[in-house]
Design a protein around this ligand. Structure first.
Ligand code: PHB
Ligand code: FE
Length: 331
């Protein structure tokens, strides 16, 4: 990624550029990201730790604003309207909404994405990888601006067409293509399944070792699409530390815990008030309803399969109440 030319005076004394999108401005210093907006004729600002902001922004960029809402924290976030995206500050926070100090603005997704990518590029220092577990990337996010890390932030969501390893599809991960086994998964067997297809069906049968594939994931909290069947997507991922966003999906999604343990906090979608705490151990399955936001926690790197239904009709069906928010019915 080439950085657009920048006049030196647009950089602040910490070396970082500021960015404007509609009535929002974004700036960072040695420790913090600052988001400003205008409401009731006043300029308001919100401060987040720069690493928290960058890890959340990295997901929004890599996932093209994802499904539904991506809360960076309890004040700032994005709502995907598929083609358009809303940025909001305070919209889900009663202290702001009660006084009319919240603000939302809708943008063409491509324009908003350009700005998000430019912020991510300028604010990510050499050595800092917002996709990595904190123990693996360290503290280079802190301090005055030093260089870039275009290779790390250029990773997009890996999405197969049908399944990794098929001819013409995304390749399996190996040492040779620079996906070494992660330190947490050294005990995961690396053998691949044998495929014995009936004559004539050789091109139609496929299998791969998903555990081996995941053991070589170099990122955390970044699902890769590992099988596609019409609208049914298996999105497998390895998790360590904290999911950098609180996700409020616009449909139901299912979680299958493949290894180790994850904890999820589930909150009311609109108010953020606690709804449930879920502890998932290997083999556990949970459905995340369409009326919550959730955030995951992993003390040790863990494997998770997220099952998404990408039917574009679903958001309207849940929003209108035509479909119940939970597959388990009312409770
Ligand atoms: C989710 O919001 O459902 C989600 C996102 C990223 C992950 C896992 C789950 O790594
Ligand atoms: Fe989710």
């Amino acid at each position: 990624m080439n950085e657009p030319p920048v006049e030196p005076e647009t950089r602040n004394d910490a070396g970082y550029r500021s960015f404007t999108l509609g009535l929002f401005t974004f700036s960072r210093d040695e420790y913090f990201a600052h988001i400003e907006w205008t409401a009731k004729g006043k300029r308001l600002s919100h401060t987040m730790s720069a690493d928290v902001f960058l890890r959340a922004l990295m997901r929004d960029v890599a996932w093209d604003f994802f499904y539904g809402a991506v809360h960076f924290d309890d004040v700032f976030g994005t709502q995907n309207r598929y083609g358009k995206v809303e940025l909001y500050a305070g919209r889900h926070h009663p202290a702001y909404t009660a006084q009319g100090l919240d603000y939302s603005e809708s943008f063409d997704s491509k324009l908003a994405m350009q700005t998000c990518k430019a912020i991510l590029h300028d604010w990510t220092n050499t050595g800092y990888d917002p996709f990595a577990a904190p123990m693996e990337t360290g503290l280079t996010w802190i301090g005055k601006k030093v260089g870039h890390n275009a290779a790390a932030i250029g990773r997009m969501r890996e999405a197969c067409k049908r399944m990794p390893g098929l001819p013409g599809d995304v390749p399996l991960r190996t040492d040779r293509n620079r996906y070494p086994v992660n330190r947490a998964f050294l005990d995961v067997p690396q053998d691949e399944p044998e495929i014995h297809a009936e004559p004539g069906f050789e091109g139609e049968v496929h299998a791969f070792n998903l555990f081996a594939y995941l053991s070589r994931s170099d990122v955390t909290w970044n699902p890769s699409v590992t099988s596609v069947c019409r609208h049914s997507l298996f999105c497998a991922t390895t998790e360590e530390y904290i999911l950098p966003v609180k996700h409020a999906n616009d449909r139901i999604e299912w979680f299958l815990q493949l290894s180790d343990q994850l904890e999820w906090k589930s909150e009311d979608r609109a108010t953020g008030l606690p709804r449930a705490k879920i502890v998932m151990r290997a083999g556990d399955i949970a459905a995340m309803p369409a009326d919550i936001r959730h955030q995951g926690f992993a003390r040790k790197r863990a494997m998770l399969l997220v099952w998404e239904n990408v039917d574009p009709k679903l958001p309207a069906l849940y929003e209108s109440g035509a479909l119940p928010p939970s597959p388990a019915g009312e409770f």
